[in-house]
Design a protein around this ligand. Structure first.
Ligand SMILES: *Cc1c(COP(=O)(O)O)cnc(C)c1O
Length: 399
């Protein structure tokens, strides 16, 4: 409900111009202000700036002009009250999950989450005396039960790692609010261009900017967006004193990545839809999960909240893990990598890599086993990708 600001321009324009501030040189491109500290004209000015009585930068652990431009561009894109950029997605997520909580609080998460997000809930928060619980993201009775008790935070990801599960964001937001909780939505897979969590009732929207925002696989970066009051009173003191600050250089790379994000996400989604349809009937496949296909078990929820199927899909090989490894090893163009949202198409085997820290039972609770491959579709010519993926499926089928 942080949609305090209606941006002046449409998303593609906002992502080119939003937040730009120019120095006295009038540079065209966003300035990279690579500095850790700032100078003051007088002792009195230093005192007033440090006290927050005068505007201005004091130290790049707190903020930096290039980082501010990124935060403002992201804030305008999302229609958020406030945004903070951080060193990585997990730096941002761990701050958001740690700063507001205290002993005795309750945090509920969807069971299908990015591996490290799930780890924080399963392993780190309980050390502080925080009760955490996981709910199958599509099980509304489960959500009602879990949120019948007072709760501080709810974390969902939709579409989720690794199998593109859906969560009905609006329905979970309502239950979360009844339980006194704030809802955090990890919107990395969909991007702000295809799904607008604040409009569905989210209190916080999270991004790993490492993915579609950079888009070229160059830097780690993350961002959280949410209510201004909570950001200033709860998040800012935490990040200032713990230091997950983003390098101005990395912020600058992401700023430039955002300029082309609408073109990239549109093209990658268009290719992903074509490739999912071409692969779907292959005999090597046991199942395919693409949010834009009607055979996705959560298609209706995805269709209700996403404007297209997105850039990601998951496939299950009929021959299990052996066939999945054969498939990966037969790829010539698509790379084996756990990154995603990149210009380069990438495929990974979640159960042995990104989700390997989870026990077999935990993996099974999210529908994951060794047969699954997650694919991120990039910007290559769709016909080259098609030939590569279909060839690897032939190999996996033993053809
Ligand atoms: C990558 C990712 C993260 C973590 O971001 P980093 O930038 O790698 O720290 C969190 N959630 C999702 C869905 C991701 O894909």
């Amino acid at each position: 409900m942080s949609s305090g600001n209606t941006p002046k321009y449409r998303p593609a324009t906002t992502l080119v111009h939003g937040g730009t501030e120019r120095t006295q040189w009038g540079e065209t491109s966003e300035a990279l202000i690579l500095t850790s500290g700032y100078m003051y004209d007088s002792a009195e000015q230093a005192q007033a700036r440090m006290a927050g009585d005068l505007p201005g930068y004091v130290y790049s652990r707190y903020n930096n002009p290039t980082v501010s431009m990124l935060e403002e561009r992201l804030r305008l894109m999302e229609g958020a009250e406030a945004c903070r950029a951080m060193a990585s997605g997990m730096g941002a997520m761990s701050s958001l999950l740690t700063a507001p909580i205290q002993q005795g609080d309750r945090v509920v998460g969807a069971s299908a989450l990015f591996g490290s997000c799930r780890w924080l809930l399963a392993n780190q928060l309980p050390k502080y005396g925080v009760e955490t619980e996981f709910v199958d993201g599509m099980d509304m009775e489960g959500w009602k039960r879990a949120l019948s008790k007072p709760t501080k935070l709810v974390l969902v990801e939709s579409p989720a790692n690794p199998l593109l599960d859906a969560v009905d964001i609006a329905a979970v937001a309502e239950l979360a609010h009844e339980a006194g909780a704030q809802l955090i939505v990890d919107n990395v897979f969909a991007t702000s261009l295809l799904q607008r969590p604040f409009e569905l009732g989210a209190d916080w929207v999270f991004y790993s900017a490492t993915k579609h925002m950079d888009g070229g696989g160059r830097v780690l970066a993350g961002a959280i967006m949410g209510p201004q009051k909570d950001m200033e009173e709860i998040i800012d003191p935490y990040i200032r004193h713990t230091g997950p600050s983003i390098s101005p250089f990395n912020a600058w790379v992401v700023l430039k990545g955002l300029e082309s994000m609408p073109l990239r996400v549109a093209k990658q989604s268009e290719s992903a839809a074509i490739l999912a349809d071409r692969m779907a009937d292959h005999k090597a496949l046991a199942a395919i999960r693409y949010p834009g296909r009607e055979d996705h078990p959560h298609y209706e929820v995805h269709a209700k909240q996403m404007s297209s199927g997105g850039t990601m899909m998951a496939i299950s090989l009929a021959g299990g893990q052996e066939a999945a490894f054969k498939f990966l090893n037969a790829l010539n163009l698509v790379g084996i990598s756990n990154n995603l949202g990149d210009a380069k198409s990438l495929a990974c085997h979640p159960s042995s890599t990104t989700h390997r820290a989870l026990s077999e039972e935990e993996q099974a609770s999210m529908g994951l086993d060794g047969s699954w491959i997650r694919v991120s579709i990039g910007l290559e010519d769709v016909e080259d990708l098609s030939e590569d993926l279909l060839y690897a499926l032939d190999v996996a089928a033993g053809a």
